[in-house]
Design a protein around this ligand. Sequence first.
Ligand SMILES: Nc1ncnc2c1ncn2[C@@H]1O[C@H](COP(=O)(O)OP(=O)(O)OP(=O)(O)O)[C@@H](O)[C@H]1O
Length: 238
Amino acid sequence: MTAAPLEVADLSAGYGPTRVLENVSFSVPAGARLAVLGRNGMGKTTLLATIAGQTRRYGGSIRLGGTDLSSQESSARARSGLGYVPQARCIFPSLTVEENLFVGLKGRDRSAIEEAYQMFPRLKERRRNLGSQLSGGEQQMLSTARTILGKPTVLLLDEPLEGLAPVICEELMVAFSQLASGGEMTVVLVEQRIQSALDFADRAIILERGRIAWSGTPAELSAQPEVVEKLLGVGGLH
Ligand SMILES: Nc1ncnc2c1ncn2[C@@H]1O[C@H](COP(=O)(O)OP(=O)(O)OP(=O)(O)O)[C@@H](O)[C@H]1O
């Protein structure tokens, strides 16, 4: 698989009658890494959920590798190459780690599970443990690994570091960088840990009440502390 570009144009979406996203447009070249930033409640999760086909879209389009996904069901989007790791870390608590990974194979040979273990050796150590017995970090690894086994060409990650210890965050960010550096995946990362997201990404957008209020490179954002303070509510980056 090679990474595919993601193009979002004039996207407006929400939940039932509640509009959250308004005319959001951006594109991510094949193999690039985009950080989506913003304070709580600004629409980051809604953006990823909309790309994945899990909200109500009012207008605009979503193209992956040139194919228009906008009217497809979420399962068809996944088959088209879209991988979505939601904030909720959806794993099956009563299945073992290995059984959870089988679910992600989607017809691939069982030997492909070794790819997941290479990426996250911790999962191999815990392969006979139930999902419910895993730590938050291990659940995140499992949730990510299961999605990766489907060989997505665009990967959406929603706050993967939430609630995790710094050492686990570092481990995850190294794994995400390895995934992105192979040129096999375009990655969109929503993250509250701004510095981790900027260290990872080559471009960033900031959402403010469902609209893109700023976009640029991590270096440009670091050089604009007034933007960081106004749109992200923090005193500066280091
Ligand atoms: N299922 C839903 N039904 C109605 N409104 C919702 C729903 N989910 C989110 N919202 C609203 O949509 C807006 C954007 O929420 P969203 O979760 O996308 O923001 P966010 O930037 O990801 O926030 P956070 O950083 O806290 O996760 C909020 O006002 C929220 O209350």
